[in-house]
Design a protein around this ligand. Structure first.
Ligand code: PHE
Length: 331
């Protein structure tokens, strides 16, 4: 029986022949093996053990042949053997992720500023007081250094009264830190932007979030004026927001610029504040070893979320960081 069954199974060349052979030898009801099994009861008790063993051998050999014939006929591969696989059904489309709207904005802003000759620079998010304050002409008693307005890290040196000592670290509260890092390492002329995260302990609402992004710009050369600053910002805003955007400077104060202004863009009939700017303060030039008699420059810092929200009509900054796919997949 064994050799007959194996030969028949090996010879089966299509599904029909295979199925017939399968039923004939290993079918649950009338299969040849079942028949023999039924007859085991009539074998003499002494022979039953050896007869059973022999039956098992035959059974295993035939089952092996069945399995081989089956995989050969159904195309060999394991997937081909899956009876639930229907190649005619439409496929399931894999979900494709995409770049976060803020990352898209950063890429876009970098591109626009790149066309005006500004190259991108980076600085660390964990900063020391020198880069975040001291070199930016922010004195020790300045309220901007208050622990209530900054995320000081719990290093050994940290504490309200120890916040100025060596070893103090904080999450940078502004990207102006990168101005210092760039100027300390290069000679003018300089034309850089720096886009990145900044941190301030603000309660989240529609326009505030404890982490957000800024685009810092810095241009240092000879004979740089406010008019240059205004032009660069106007060209930038027109490119990013579309249409012709007007710029308004409102007098303001920043320790690291003199004069300082707040920057509003007139867009769609409304004046909207986007950030701060000004001419680099001579004290900042001195802090990085430049001679303020020789060089001049401007700097600006714009809110990236605000730009992105204006361009896309986003009403609540928290939507950007909610991780809600219904919101994010729109961009
Ligand atoms: N760093 C300032 C802020 O965070 C913005 C600024 C940048 C102002 C550069 C002037 C020059 O508010």
């Amino acid at each position: 029986l064994q050799s007959e069954a194996i030969a028949t199974l090996d010879a089966a060349s299509d599904a029909e022949a295979f199925e017939a052979a399968r039923v004939k030898y290993v079918g649950q009801k009338k299969g040849a093996l079942k028949d023999i099994q039924k007859q085991m009861g009539s074998v003499a008790a002494d022979d039953r053990k050896s007869a059973g063993m022999r039956l098992n051998e035959v059974k295993q050999a035939i089952e092996k042949a069945v399995a081989e014939a089956q995989s050969r006929i159904s195309g060999g591969g394991e997937s081909g053997a899956d009876p639930t696989f229907d190649p005619t059904l439409p496929g399931v489309r894999p979900t494709i992720g995409h770049v976060h709207p803020i990352t898209q904005t950063i890429t876009h802003l970098t591109e626009i500023m790149g066309r005006m000759g500004f190259e991108a620079a980076e600085g660390p998010e964990v900063e020391d007081p020198h880069h975040n304050f001291v070199a930016l002409n922010i004195p020790e008693d300045h309220p901007a250094r208050d622990p209530l307005d900054n995320f000081y890290l719990a290093t050994a040196a940290t504490g309200a009264e120890k916040r100025n000592v060596e070893g103090t670290r904080l999450l940078r509260s502004q990207t102006s830190t990168v101005q210092i890092r760039v100027m300390a390492n290069r000679k003018p002329p300089i034309r850089v932007i720096s886009l990145g995260r900044v941190y301030r302990p603000d309660d989240p609402d529609a326009t505030h979030f404890p982490m957000f992004h800024q685009m810092e710009g810095l241009l240092v050369d000879t004979n740089v004026t406010m008019a240059n600053l205004k032009t660069v910002l106007r060209v930038f805003a027109t490119n990013y927001l579309g249409g012709d955007v007007e710029i308004r400077f409102r007098p303001s104060f920043f320790p690291f610029t003199e004069p300082s202004v707040e920057v509003d863009f007139l867009w769609d009939g409304n004046w909207i504040e986007f950030g701060g700017a000004g001419m680099v303060d001579p004290n900042v030039f001195r802090a990085v070893g430049y001679d303020p008699e020789e060089v001049s420059g401007f700097a600006f810092g714009l809110g990236v979320e605000r730009l992105c929200m204006r361009r896309h009509g986003i009403k609540d900054i928290r939507d950007l960081y909610s991780g809600d796919m219904r919101f994010l997949s729109q961009f």
